[in-house]
Design a protein around this ligand. Sequence first.
Ligand SMILES: O=C(O)c1ccccc1N[C@@H]1O[C@H](COP(=O)(O)O)[C@@H](O)[C@H]1O
Length: 202
Amino acid sequence: MFVKICGLSTARDVAAAVGAGADAVGFVLTESPRRVSPEVVRGLVEEVPDGVLTVAVFREEPSAEVRRAALAAGVGAVQLHGGHPASAFAELADLGLTLVRATTAALAAGASVGDFGEDLMILDSPSPGSGEPWNWSDLGANRPSGSWMLAGGLGPGNVAEAVAAARPWGVDVSSGVEVRRGVKSPELIEEFVRRARLAPTG
Ligand SMILES: O=C(O)c1ccccc1N[C@@H]1O[C@H](COP(=O)(O)O)[C@@H](O)[C@H]1O
């Protein structure tokens, strides 16, 4: 089970996620209470060991802005939320970064990871970063094929149930490991990673 902890903004957050064994850490470079500048992300990325994927999160920014900010931040991956067309991923392909398409189950119905040139996909609620769950148990035959993560309203208390219902390749969380919006809890991060890894898959 691949585990991504998103919305990190301090060295303490990064240490907590890496120490808990996260596979990926995310930094929000779009409108959000968790927003950080590319310069701050560059400093935080230096604290992340090789083997842990560093991800810059964007929403509706134009490709030129995504490119500029991702290069300034020095991340290994770019995550685009929204209904981006395949051309948005094609415009970023030459960066050589891992491309993550974050979308809703409705927009991704019948999709395979890679259809838009992305390397990974995230199925999220229509309100990214809100902590609102969605009806992941209804995915059924509309589960994408390939490496996709479940996100949206996950937390230590429901991640096992969500994984059992949706059977994703990975999970992604932000709000569910916070004590209040934008403030991460090392204890909740550790608990989330532990429960995600124990969740029955298959
Ligand atoms: O975390 C944010 O603030 C955010 C803002 C804008 C786009 C994406 C954002 N985060 C992504 O949202 C989900 C997690 O949401 P939740 O808070 O756990 O429900 C995940 O994909 C984050 O990478």
